[in-house]
Write a protein that binds this ligand. Structure first.
Ligand code: TMP
Length: 217
């Protein structure tokens, strides 16, 4: 890749809650900024004002009657808007787009976690994403129970009450299935998806990510 590219480069960061995605996303951002690239950070669900409204519906703990198909379609709706309003225009400008979650989250959470199945999630998302596949994906892999402990200990350090959203409140079985889903995604997409051991210290996690970035880009 060189700086004259016109299409940009699309990176996604995936994994269960509490794996340290935010820290690594900022490291990736700084890596590219130092090289002189323009970077667009974003996240799903959300990334646009319509997406943020959909995010509120999806994560609201009072929406416990939400059917899993409804849930999957709202994530897909947020994604379609996100791509047309932000991701595609940014890539066209030649930017490096880094998204905190994308289609792999729907496959792992709705396909495996909710047991909707990978096929239906993939078909809906092929339409919802207009066929846009990330160039590179980092999957930060951690035992979900450890992730939960990290969220709790972070809240103690920061002296903030921890509030789990509707998805985070799901039982361990659900989160273990999500992890299995990511494992399958990584197995089926070895060129694109890189598994990173997120049980390591944040600096060591970054070392692994940086090594891959240096090799690929
Ligand atoms: P966040 O806490 O990482 O911002 O993500 C919000 C939650 O939404 C998180 O628990 C994962 C979940 N999620 C899905 O279930 N399906 C999806 O397609 C996406 C993007 C997120």
């Amino acid at each position: 890749m060189n700086k004259s590219i016109t299409r940009g480069y699309f990176i996604t960061v995936e994994g269960s809650d509490g794996v340290g995605k935010s820290t690594q996303i900022h490291n990736i951002e700084n890596y590219f900024l130092k090289l002189g690239y323009e970077v667009q950070l974003t996240r799903e669900p959300g990334g646009t004002s319509i997406g943020d409204k959909l995010r509120d519906i999806l994560l609201d703990v009072s929406n416990d009657e939400m059917n899993e198909m409804t849930e999957m379609l709202i994530y897909a709706a947020s994604r379609a808007q996100h791509i047309k309003e932000l991701i595609e225009p940014s890539l066209k400008k030649g930017k490096i787009v880094i998204s905190d979650r994308y289609i792999d989250s729907s496959i792992a959470y709705q396909g495996y976690g909710r047991r909707l199945g990978e096929d239906v999630v993939k078909i809906v998302n092929e339409y919802a994403s207009f066929g846009l596949i990330p160039d590179l994906t980092f999957w930060l892999d951690l035992d979900p129970e450890l992730g939960r402990k990290r969220i709790l200990s972070r809240s103690i350090i920061q002296d903030k009450d921890v509030t789990f959203d509707r998805i985070e409140l799901e039982k361990n079985d659900f989160h273990n299935r999500v992890r299995e889903g990511y494992k399958e995604i990584a197995r089926k997409n070895p060129e694109r998806v890189h598994r990173i051991d997120a049980s390591l210290k944040a600096d060591d996690v970054w070392e692994e990510i940086e090594l891959i970035l240096r090799k690929i880009i």
